[in-house]
Design a protein around this ligand. Structure first.
Ligand code: GUN
Length: 748
């Protein structure tokens, strides 16, 4: 193993700031900056008992590359020798550990023994004096089965101690634990109240009994309630969570830090951790998992060992598994597969499976704004099919984006169309790329029946054919059966969806559902029989073929560009129609659109062939921004109540390219194409989604640049460190040219 590097202190002024570099929904790869260390998250801080060093902190640093640990300040305070050493030489010297040291406060002991011999402010001052990197206030432990009154007490008393604890901590960063037992409203209240104080980190406390009893669903409920109210720019710590099988789901719900003594406690009982379960040493013939630490011994040999040696060896293995699972989680966040990992881990444990099933069915919908609304709806690369794929938050956010689309206002011949004039044809049965597998059928349909509106059934939901190349819809990898899955059921849901989109409550919109796993002539014959009486046949005086099917090709490309403007840039249909009126297309040799030029010849948009996205040019962004008005429309959503009666709900949809307003000092940099840093964001307006376009203005509303959001609108001004928007192009003052950042693959 490479020698670990020395701790790196943060830049001046960054002490206590948390920065996110990569994210997938609420899951994030972050960095907590402190004067002495920069801690990368998500990570686990192994619990070190200074009296029983099963694996020494030095070994953790040198051999495991573990950058942070947690120890108990009350244990140090109680033992005179440890206390004097720590006060004289500091906690890092006491532990012989150069990394990040967090301390807990004695809350657990207070709960177990009824009281501690130290006052709440005194124990924080002690942690400050021994030089810890993050201290913990003495919170009041709330147990899951506490009465409401007791839970309320744990919240109120913890909050009451906060000002004294923060004063005692001085410049030392402080943990502000969230209590409230199983009362979710109290958890939210606790997070709100604690969030009003300048704590560095918010641990979720009082959950160890839930994990011991495998009450995972309640654990997830508590995490969701707390995460929803904890300030988004602060790290969240799950106190006492150390079983690797819980890491993926906790990370997916926005947990950044874990701590646990499980690696040592389990080892002492001859129990061995794997990413999915715990295995007993007793009775094992071979290791049922790979292990660096156990690869050259057999279970029988380990059983024969002196008990201390056995415990140390198993603890090292347990630590190895724990840290490896966190690496796996971080990599999954980078790859966009954290929810795949959640599903995989859930499949291995019935209690976790039940909890994750609840999460997919109800939990993520209860937390809609934060979980679904922070997930990047466009994915890069292929997506592996899984049983619960359609329930992953990013899949739901993708569908929400697709649902921003509105039916076109003109048909192939340029005739005005009202929503009810369209005849919807839902095509299913063929895999993407759909322009190859069903493109010629779609062209043939339009040629014969210009008021046919083609939709495509995908395993992730129904999309207009206009979005046929959009990821993730167009890039699901799975067995053939996924292309015919749930078609009838999805089609049933389509009718209210279309009626919603068009504000029409007529009886129209019963789609014709066509299975295209047959020769095209057969499909067309069937459609001819179905469409003939109701749908207008093409005007034969219009030559669609001249000179090479250009009219149809232009119409399809216009529909695609319009759909993408509406869905990815959140542009109103009316504005999209105006901006694209008289536009022209530049295509590559394979006939796919590269650039889109406005009627005056200005290049305003480009297609991203890799993921079906749309890139704005500087001029395109400027024009769309000029058309931005803070408009929101109220739509009636037609649906059915449980007893089958029609039920209409009103939803407000905000339109417009999201805008980030930066402070004066940032203007020069942003105009030069440099990223928008969080600290320079004054506010943001509109619905900002990671990975989608936005514009940047100064406080007077003047257009400065455009780029790709790295965060949501509620995160943009909340964080104080890191990149909020990756700028694509900045507008120079003299407007004669633009500064462009060297674009990198995957930038937008
Ligand atoms: N360790 C495990 N749970 C808790 C908790 O609720 N509070 C504190 N301070 N430490 C803990």
């Amino acid at each position: 193993m490479e020698a670990p590097t020395e701790p790196v202190p943060c830049k001046e002024g960054d002490h206590g700031k948390f920065e996110v570099s990569v994210r997938d929904g609420l899951a994030r790869i972050g960095r907590l900056h402190t004067d002495s260390h920069i801690l990368e998250t998500p990570t686990l801080l192994p619990v070190v008992n200074p009296n029983i060093l099963t694996v020494t902190p030095r070994e953790m640093w040198d051999d495991f590359d573990i950058k942070g640990l947690i120890t108990n300040s009350y244990v140090i305070w109680k033992h005179e020798k440890l206390k004097q050493h720590a006060l004289e030489k500091g906690v890092h010297d006491l532990l012989d550990y150069p990394g990040f040291v967090m301390t807990d406060s004695g809350t657990f002991q207070q709960d177990a023994y009824g009281d501690v011999e130290v006052g709440p402010d005194e124990i924080v001052a002690f942690q400050r004096d021994i030089g810890v990197d993050v201290a913990t206030m003495l919170d009041v432990f709330g147990r899951p089965d506490d009465s409401r009154e007791r839970s309320e007490h744990s919240v109120i008393e913890t909050v009451a101690r906060a000002p004294g604890a923060l004063a005692a901590a001085g410049d030392t960063l402080l943990n502000g634990p969230i209590q409230g037992g199983l009362e979710l409203d109290l958890r939210e209240w606790s997070a709100q109240l604690m969030g009003e104080h300048p704590f560095a980190i918010h641990p979720i406390g009082g959950i160890v009994p839930l994990m011991e009893k495998r009450r995972y669903r309640e654990l997830l409920e508590v995490i969701l309630a707390c995460r929803g109210e904890i300030p988004i720019e602060r790290p969240v710590h799950l106190f006492g969570c150390g079983h690797p099988m819980l890491f993926p789901v906790a990370v997916a719900l926005g947990v950044d830090l874990f701590d646990s003594a499980a690696y040592a406690l389990f080892a002492r009982n001859g129990r061995i951790l794997t990413p999915t379960r715990t295995v007993r040493l007793e009775g094992l013939t071979e290791w049922p998992f790979p292990s660096y630490h156990l690869h050259d011994v057999t279970p029988a040999q380990v059983r024969e060992m002196d008990l201390n040696d056995q415990t140390r060896l198993l603890a090292k293995h347990n630590l190895e598994v724990t840290m490896n699972e966190l690496s796996r989680c971080r990599e999954a966040v980078r790859e966009g597969t954290i929810w795949h990992l959640v599903e995989e881990r859930a499949a291995a444990d019935p209690s976790l499976q039940e909890a994750v099933e609840w999460l997919f069915d109800e939990g993520i919908h209860q937390a809609q704004g934060s979980l679904i609304g922070s997930s990047a709806p466009i994915r890069t690369g292929g997506v592996d099919w899984t049983e619960w794929l359609t329930r992953h938050p990013w899949a739901i956010s993708g569908q929400m984006i697709a649902e921003r689309w509105e039916v076109p206002t003109k048909n192939l011949n340029g005739e005005d169309m009202s929503p009810n004039d369209w005849k919807v044809v839902l095509i299913y049965g063929r895999p993407p790329p759909w322009r190859d597998s069903i493109g010629s059928l779609v062209k043939e349909l339009l040629k014969r029946w210009p008021n046919v509106l083609p939709l495509v059934h995908t395993p992730l939901g129904i999309i207009p054919y206009a979005l046929e190349d959009l990821n993730p819809f167009a890039h699901v990898e799975g067995p053939k059966s996924i292309w015919i899955l749930d078609v009838e059921q999805d089609a049933d849901e389509l009718v209210p969806w279309l009626r919603t989109l068009t504000e029409s409550d007529s009886e129209g919109f019963h789609p014709l559902i066509v299975d295209v796993r047959r020769p095209q002539t057969e499909v067309l014959e069937e459609l001819a029989a179905e469409l003939a009486p109701s749908v207008r046949v093409a005007d034969t005086s219009i030559d669609h073929e001249s000179p090479s099917g250009e009219l149809i090709r232009d119409h399809l490309d216009w529909c695609a560009t319009r759909a993408k403007l509406m869905t990815q840039c959140n542009i109103e249909a009316q504005v999209a129609d105006d901006v694209l009126d008289g536009c022209s297309f530049v295509r590559n040799r394979r006939g796919r659109v590269k650039n889109i030029c406005a009627s005056d010849g200005e290049h305003i948009l480009s297609s991203r062939l890799s993921d079906g996205g749309l890139s704005l040019t500087l001029e395109g962004a400027r024009r769309l921004h000029a058309r931005n008005r803070t408009s929101s429309i109220t739509l009636r959503v037609f649906g059915e109540s449980e007893d089958g009666a029609e039920e209409n709900t009103e939803v407000v949809i905000e339109h417009g390219l999201p805008t980030v307003v930066v402070e004066e000092g940032a203007e020069e940099f942003v105009r030069k194409g440099r990223s928008v840093m969080h600290f320079s964001v004054v506010k943001s307006t509109g619905v900002m989604l990671p990975g989608l376009p936005c514009v940047i203005t100064d406080e007077s509303g003047e257009f400065l640049a455009h780029g790709i959001a790295k965060c949501t609108d509620w995160e943009a001004a909340a964080f104080q460190k890191g990149v909020a928007v990756k700028v694509k192009e900045g507008a120079r003052i003299d407007a004669s040219a633009a500064f462009t950042t060297a674009s990198q693959p995957g930038d937008d």
